[in-house]
Design a protein around this ligand. Structure first.
Ligand SMILES: Cc1cc2nc3c(=O)[nH]c(=O)nc-3n(C[C@H](O)[C@H](O)[C@H](O)COP(=O)(O)OP(=O)(O)OC[C@H]3O[C@@H](n4cnc5c(N)ncnc54)[C@H](O)[C@@H]3O)c2cc1C
Length: 268
């Protein structure tokens, strides 16, 4: 039996050279090139693989973010996901993971009204906020079972999913009744690249837009008003000093020079 899958994807800065807004203490996205969060590519790929196994399965990507986040959604569409939903609005600015997960859960409930959602997939973490907890938080808001650090989807039916989790000292397999939330890790698969046809189709694909009013949430439940965390301080790491090149005709010559330098600097 086919299932309906939602994949949560975040639009994040492409480069790690981001700045911190001194007023809000948040990562500034101003003038920064963004793309689909790399860890979310694995969740998208897994959804596509399940779709290939279970004929008739549908896949939807969902993002909470500014208009720019359309780029991440289109990237997923170009790989074969059929539909995309963007939750956007000024009310959502300043959301911490608690508020973000609440918004994602409300959007999933909204989608569930028209087509039952069986499985929600997440990446391991975002490459900017990097909390790694939004998947579990969404599950808590929905009251659904959840598994994190999933490295393999063993089997999936319309009523359950069996997944292999990577633990600190090994692995285990857990079976979750559907609907459920699953956070994937990069060991799960090798994401495919989009085809040219997929890229062209994704450019023109419609993106469903949802705002606060559509989700049945109040303004005080989202954004900074609906957040529990306050960032006390945040700094960017100091720029790395430039490296040095050890010149020499042969590897042995370079190695000897390197040893001299290390001795001179009392590093060995
Ligand atoms: C007080 C405070 C205020 C903040 N204000 C802002 C702000 O104004 N603007 C801003 O951009 N960030 C803001 N942030 C950061 C923002 O809260 C987090 O980036 C966001 O909640 C997700 O957390 P994370 O990136 O650590 O996600 P993680 O928990 O690391 O993400 C895990 C997975 O959840 C999914 N996911 C995470 N976020 C989203 C999303 N937005 N849409 C879809 N799927 C998602 C992805 O699958 C991802 O791989 C703020 C943080 C704090 C603490």
């Amino acid at each position: 039996m086919p299932i309906n899958i939602v994949v949560c994807v975040k639009d994040t800065p492409e480069s790690l050279g981001v700045s911190i807004d001194p007023k809000t203490r948040h990562v500034s996205h101003e003038g920064v090139k963004t793309a689909i969060n790399p860890f979310d590519e694995y969740a998208v790929e897994e959804a596509l693989r399940i779709k290939e196994k279970l004929a008739g399965t549908t896949t939807t990507v969902l993002s909470v973010g500014p208009a720019q986040a359309e780029g991440a959604l289109r990237e997923a569409l170009s790989r074969g996901v059929e539909s995309a939903v963007l939750v956007s609005g000024t009310e959502f600015a300043g959301s911490d993971t608690y508020a973000t997960s609440r918004v994602l859960a409300a959007a999933i409930r909204k989608l569930d009204e028209t087509r039952p959602v069986h499985l929600v997939l997440f990446g391991k973490s975002s490459n900017d906020g990097s909390s790694g907890i939004v998947g579990a938080q969404v599950a808590a808001w929905l009251g659904w079972p959840s598994a994190i650090a999933v490295k393999k989807v063993d089997s999936v039916t319309d009523s359950s999913v069996a997944v292999v989790r990577l633990l600190e000292d090994g692995m285990d397999t857990v079976k979750l009744g559907l609907p459920a939330c699953v956070s994937t890790i990069k060991e799960i698969n090798e994401p495919r690249l989009p085809s040219l046809k997929g890229k062209l189709a994704a450019k023109k694909a419609p993106i469903q837009k949802l705002g606060l009013a559509d989700l049945g949430l109040k303004a005080e439940e989202v954004g900074s008003a609906g957040s529990l965390a306050r960032i006390a301080s945040e700094t960017t790491p100091p720029a790395r000093p430039a490296g040095m090149t050890v010149e020499g005709k042969t590897a042995a010559e370079k190695a000897a020079k390197l040893v001299d330098i290390l001795i001179e600097r009392k590093l060995i």
